[in-house]
Design a protein around this ligand. Sequence first.
Ligand code: ADP
Length: 641
Amino acid sequence: MLLAIAVILPTVCLLWFMTQAVKNERLAVRQKLIGIYKNRLETSAREKLSDDWISLNTSTPSTDGFLVFDSNNELSYPVVELDETVSSDDTFDLASKLEYRENDPNKAMAEYRRIAENADSNSLRISADISRARCLRKLNRIDEAISHLRAVISKYDDSDKYVRVHKCRARLLLLELCRQTNDDDFLKELSDTFDYAAAGMATDNDMVFLGRKSHTDKYIPSSLQIFMLNRFIDYAGDMKETASITKKIKRAHRLIEIADTSLMLSNRYTEPSFAVNKGIFRLDTTEQFYGKKARMGGDLHLMAFKQEDMVNWFAGYLEDIKQLPAACAIYDDKGRFIAGSQVAGRKPFIKAPLPSGYFPGWYVELYIDGTAFEKAARAQVTAYVFAAGLVIVLMLILTGFGGSLIARQARLNKLKNDFIATVTHELKTPLSSMRVLVDTLLEGNYSDQQQATEYLQLISKENLRLSRLIDNFLTFSRMERNKQAFDIVKTDPSEIAKAAADAVQTKFNRDNCQFSVKIDDNLPSAMADKDAIVTVLVNLLDNAYKYSHGDKRIELKVFSENNAVCFSVADNGIGMTGRQAKKIFDRFYQADSSLSRQAEGTGLGLSIVKFIVEAHKGRIDVESKPGKGSKFRLFLPVLRG
Ligand code: ADP
């Protein structure tokens, strides 16, 4: 019980410690991995989402739309609509009347000229000049109209936004006239029209606005810009394809798109209230756009990017993170998935802010492949389990060892007690009968000399029995201390058999006992300690005598069989059951162990026999049936060669 507790308690403790250690290890590995992964996220962000990357130089994608607010928080791009392009003027009304109602271009033209020369505002003058060109056209003086329009375009300065609108009109008219007349300069005019419509919006390589100066002095109303660009696309489409035309058509499409988006943005953001911080944030628009604000000069810009742009931007970053065995997903500041690969239904291993100042509120989620994490932890856990297993096995072995030591000690104690009890009991009987006999003789209580001799013979018999008993005890005691040394030499088996037969002869011949000895001729020599084997045979013969009643028939045979010499002792006694026969070679075993039993004995004889036989590398077996008798066979190895 104590031993069991001694094992179970530490085992349970050990297992508990182990599970704790395993848990801790998992946690530690997890923590370590988180550290490594976060580090990777940061280095990748430093490299791939750096200032260089974000400053939108020519290699970064262009904005998809933008707003520009000037220092007075007025929207300067896109130009939504101008309040009034032509200020109403009586003289202008008159000219228009002449032109349209009276259908007199000549008179109207003269009136327009007058306005162009005398009007106060540039916008009124340019408007009149354009009207003059229109009248020239009506008079079919196309060439004059063309050269007049060219002169008008170069005459007026662009700084006035109203003038810019009129210049657009002049250009559109000029373009149409040139087209009609197949003017040699049509291509140039077409190109100029594009440039004018795109003014302030296109750079040499691409349309990139972030980080650039805004061109509030060049913008024209977006609807007009879109119209001009569409006209350009129409006309350019009819032209012979050249690289520069194709490039410009592409740009025109893109600019229209930007203008559209910008108009859409201007509806949503009427004042610069979007001013958050320097980062990129989700725009509050129905379509998915991301914004970034930038201050340039006194202007505040809001640039808008489509979600695809963002996805493209993150490509490099995601590629870098791919080195980690984890799936990575990027979410915007409104918690919307943007790029990477989402893992549905799995808890992210890491959810961390996107480590870049440009993405406030954005975050990255890393989904680790369970097995990768397990793999990392498993090696350590295996080591723990192995160590714990080893300790438990060691503990079990030690406990088993301790247990067997204790059991052995207990058995020895029992043996000692049994031994003392048996010795006392066995010595008492012959000693007391001898004392009675000696007392009788001393007191002279015998009738004649023959009776005295009989008594003396009885005393001698008891004495002999006593000697044998003591011999057995001594052998056993030596055997216990492992001190029995045998002198195993080449011996003649028949001599052993004869010596044993002599030792029991007198006793056996006395009562109604038939004792026969059969020794084969030409027996091979055996390797044996003669005295020891005689002790064995005497013990077997004694038992045969002791455990047979009535007409005893005892037979000692010696013969050779299978490279061994066999001594067989058979009787017709009480025999034993199979179960008893299995135990008789154990120390102190007696089939009938009651102290009142008939035959005297200690239960030691056969254990001594077995010990001696084994020391000779021999073998002993028994065949027995209750009531029929027993047959013991002892085999001794013969000398070879
Ligand atoms: P003991 O001193 O009791 O004879 P042994 O070791 O010589 O001790 O024998 C052990 C037991 O084996 C005996 O008590 C007896 O029950 C049984 N036994 C031994 N030899 C015989 C035999 N020839 N016939 C029946 N039983 C025997």
